[in-house]
Ligand binder design. Sequence first.
Ligand code: CU
Length: 153
Amino acid sequence: MRRFAACAAAVLTGSLVLAGCGSDAPDDTAADLSVNAAYMPQPVSGSMAAGFLTITNDGGTKDRLTSVTSDVAGSVTVHKTVGGTMEEADSLDVPAHGRLVLASGGNHLMFEKLKRKPKQGEKVTVELHFAESGTVEVEMPVESATYIPKTGH
Ligand code: CU
């Protein structure tokens, strides 16, 4: 929980059960998610936008991103890119002690039926719904349409 409290970009609104507490098997720990590198390129169209972020799981249990909601869009879906074309994914896995990366050219969030057009400098509130961890709310900054994130880990 402390990890989320310290991170301005992500607020955990669901409850996290630490199933592994007191066990000597360290890999029994519950999924422990943090979200970073979230951004939305300012959409060129008034009806559709993309979103990118990285979800890190420091726990020993895998989790699954099952759905996404946002107050700016009537519909948010999770897309994966397969051989240059994108298709909707029912869910995406966040491996134990691993990461789920949504980045330009790969997996991404697709905002459709926009209720307003997000502009650079604004923030969009996005709720990520997980099978294990419940709902994680993310403030996703809107960047320029041509923004390219710095990589480096
Ligand atoms: Cu897409």
